[in-house]
Write a protein that binds this ligand. Structure first.
Ligand code: BGC
Length: 736
């Protein structure tokens, strides 16, 4: 009997649904003067159960089902997040010459610390999505760079939750201002590619709340993001796509999320659990997975999926295992996003106008601003063309434009990107002789050049060129194959490059290394004898031009590291717990990730979080923190003056760190809580002001399951990096 009752109940519900779907009368849901909820209520009454069930999973690889009868559009997704990627699995459908603007990697965007620019980038990407008839963008990626080798570090916004949150909010506001759904991903704790489809991440609630959730929370609360993508992995024993703690307790109840949760592609494992946990849209469509899931590479990687397809979900509803109201709830969320972003009411034909000069300009500006000058001994940079007669251009990334890391985020640019070698030649003109040597093939790209003998010959050739040149620039780093989704990468440069840099920098004292990388790189074999190092990340379609602009001083570098560059792998917080055992990774370091770890254990970084040099110098003065004592909900104002004390214009990124001196739980030595970019002419001084609110003082107390700001003294540091603190002040939170 017991088993029969829910079934009988379900039959009644289905009958009711069918009846209500026969709702007639004027189609109130089409009335744009009604509230979104009124429109949804009306529409829900008209959709049949089958139609609703059809809406909560994909129809194809990147699209959901439309309900043409009632004018409900399909969700038309595309990757994301670094530009619009072509969306069909079947490349035969791709129009000839298809291409869009390839923007810099997420980590590069974070390196700009420029929220206004990131917002413009989001907008420029969404303009292109919409022009191509897409309405849902699969980005931004906000997973924290816990692991320096993570294959997707380049997509995300670095190691700090506050910086990542600011970037995510800016990006999403830009995207959604165009009426395109942004998708903040991957929720949660997807911080390594090794076994990402199977691994169980064991992580404390405090670390989730303080490190891994903030960018998601801010995306929901401050940018009203339309969609959250669940991750592949398990979190504390439960698959992310069927995790009620993540998808319901945290997203809905705690953060107040009203939008939809979409699964990562082929990441679901069950029907009933997934539907009941809070997943709203399963992607991709089960049809499009047929065949694929049996392919050895998919099997090996552990892809699953197709569990919310109508043929599985409908029986689960009719048998009462999934309530009809649960389906309604999912459809309500999907419709809410469609109505609020105008997608439902929009009937426009794609213009196909993409990669406009304005959009290209945003990509260029972002790429230039993202360059981080790590080292510049003896002011070897910027090169002065007048004093150069010859320059050696060397390395596996010199003659190829490395626009992006590999995987779902890689965008095909519409323009043909200029490789660094060509950009440099164009910049120096005919008077300066530019020599080129490969020096070392990119790992995996050319088998013939990958033997010990061939390598030695390539290095010899590069050394000879460097020796007879006034300066040498080595374009080194990774590629879309050596740094990509689905695998983690090496922390040391790909094979042969360390030897090359060592040999060339011995032959020419003015050797500059430009690195294409999505995160930290080990440099100990060569850093002492290399006077200048520039991190170019992956600059998108300006892969060649952006670094050249900085090398010759046409732009003053203003990027700052959004990740700590460590000296050795053992210096990483993840070191004792990667890749994990028996498909379990324990985030035993808790909240001590990145600079929080380095600070706590007194580890000297190679280059600290927030570091980046300029061709000018900045002086800080007059730090004021007021009031000296604040009440519980009162904000603190921090102000200071910054002066450009050099002779060229430049931008400084002022970083405000807060340290809680007295607290019941252990807290980081300091944490980033505000920052701002200031552009200054030579000699110019400007005052900058920041506000610290309660969030800047609070920590997450696992036992109380809440954020707590404890009374006592808080120190406030203003710095040019996390290890270059220029001014100190403090305030007291009253209440003792
Ligand atoms: C990635 C997502 C991406 C999706 C669709 C997955 O493998 O993890 O970030 O949006 O594919 O391409």
């Amino acid at each position: 009997m017991k088993t029969r009752r829910p079934q009988a109940y379900a039959v009644v519900l289905v009958a009711l649904a069918v009846l209500s779907s026969c709702q007639t009368g004027p189609a109130r849901y089409l009335d744009t003067t009604l509230t979104v909820d009124q429109r949804i209520d009306d529409l829900l009454g008209r959709l049949t159960l089958e139609e609703k069930i059809g809406m909560v999973s994909g129809e194809t690889w990147m699209e959901t089902r439309a309900v043409a009868r009632l004018g409900v559009p399909a969700l038309k997704t595309n990757d994301g997040p670094l530009g619009v990627r072509y969306w069909s699995l079947d490349s035969r459908t791709k129009p000839a010459g298809f291409g869009t603007t390839a923007f810099p990697a997420g980590v590069a965007m974070a390196a700009t610390w420029d929220q206004e620019l990131v917002e413009r980038e989001g907008k420029a990407i969404a303009e292109q999505a919409r022009a191509l008839g897409r309405n849902m963008l699969l980005g931004p990626t906000v997973n924290i760079a816990r692991l320096p080798q993570w294959g997707r570090n380049f997509e995300g916004y670095g190691e700090d939750p506050y910086l990542a949150a600011r970037m995510a909010v800016a990006y999403i506001k830009g995207v959604q201002s165009e009426g395109v759904i942004a998708t903040v991903k991957h929720f949660a704790a997807n911080n390594q590619e090794f076994e990402r489809n199977r691994v169980d991440v064991r992580v404390s609630e405090r670390a989730l709340n303080e490190i891994y959730f903030p960018a998601f929370r801010a995306s929901i609360r401050e940018a009203n993001v339309g969609s959250v993508m669940s991750s592949y992995n398990k979190v504390n024993g439960v698959w992310a796509a069927e995790n009620p703690y993540l998808l319901t307790d945290v997203l809905r109840t705690q953060f107040g999320f009203k939008g939809l949760v979409v699964s990562d592609w082929a990441s679901t494992h069950t029907t009933v659990e997934t539907a009941n946990a809070g997943l709203d849209v399963e992607m991709p469509g089960a049809e499009s997975l047929k065949g694929l899931l049996n392919e050895p590479v998919f099997v090996k990687a552990g892809f699953m999926g197709g569990f919310m397809a109508p043929e599985k979900l409908l029986p689960a509803v009719t048998s009462g295992q999934v309530a009809q109201s649960t389906i309604d709830e999912k459809v309500r969320r999907i419709l809410w996003v469609m109505f609020t972003l105008g997608i439902f009411d929009r009937r426009e034909e794609p213009t196909n106008v993409v990669d406009t000069p304005e959009q290209q300009a945003v990509a260029r500006e972002a790429a230039v601003e993202s360059m981080v000058l790590l080292k510049n001994a003896g002011a070897v940079l910027p090169f002065s063309i007048d004093r150069l007669r010859s320059i050696a251009v060397i390395g596996p990334n010199a003659a190829v434009a490395r626009t992006g890391g590999g995987g779902s985020s890689l965008v095909e640019p519409k323009i043909v990107p200029v490789p660094p070698l060509e950009a440099l030649k164009a910049r120096v003109g005919p008077r300066v002789q530019v020599g080129y040597a490969l020096g070392c093939a990119m790992a995996g790209e050319d088998k013939e050049k990958d033997t010990p003998a061939a390598r030695a010959a390539l290095i010899k050739e590069a050394v000879a060129l460097a020796r007879k040149s006034d300066a040498a620039v080595i374009f080194a780093g990774y590629s879309a194959d050596t740094e990509q989704e689905m695998t983690d990468r090496t922390l040391a440069l790909p094979a042969g490059q360390d030897d090359l840099i060592q040999a060339v920098s011995r032959a020419n004292r003015r050797t500059v290394v430009v690195l294409y990388a999505g995160g930290p790189v080990l440099m100990d074999p060569w850093l002492p004898q290399v006077p200048a190092v520039l991190v170019a990340w992956y600059p998108g379609q300006e892969a060649g031009t952006a670094p050249v602009t900085v090398l010759f001083g046409d732009a003053n570098p203003s990027g700052r590291l959004p990740v700590t560059f460590i000296k050795a792998w053992k210096d990483s917080a993840a070191y004792p717990n990667y890749p994990g055992e028996n498909l379990t990774v324990n985030y035993a370091e808790g909240i001590y990730v990145g600079y929080r770890h380095a600070d706590k254990h007194n580890i000297e970084p190679l280059f600290p979080f927030g570091h980046g040099l300029s061709y000018t110098t900045f002086e800080y003065s007059d730090l004021k923190v007021s009031p000296a004592e604040v009440g519980a909900s009162q904000p603190v104002t921090v102000s200071l003056s910054v002066k450009n004390a050099g002779s060229v214009a430049g931008a400084e990124v002022v970083q405000i760190y807060v340290a809680d001196r007295e607290s019941s739980l252990d807290r980081p030595v300091k944490e980033l809580k505000a920052f701002g970019r200031v552009m200054l002419e030579p000699g110019e001084t400007r005052s900058v002001t920041f506000t610290l609110n309660r969030d800047a003082m609070s920590f997450y107390d696992d036992t109380k399951k809440d954020w707590v700001a404890e009374p006592g003294v808080f120190e406030v540091y203003a710095g040019s990096s996390s290890r270059d603190i220029r001014l100190k002040g403090s305030f007291t939170l009253a209440g003792k």
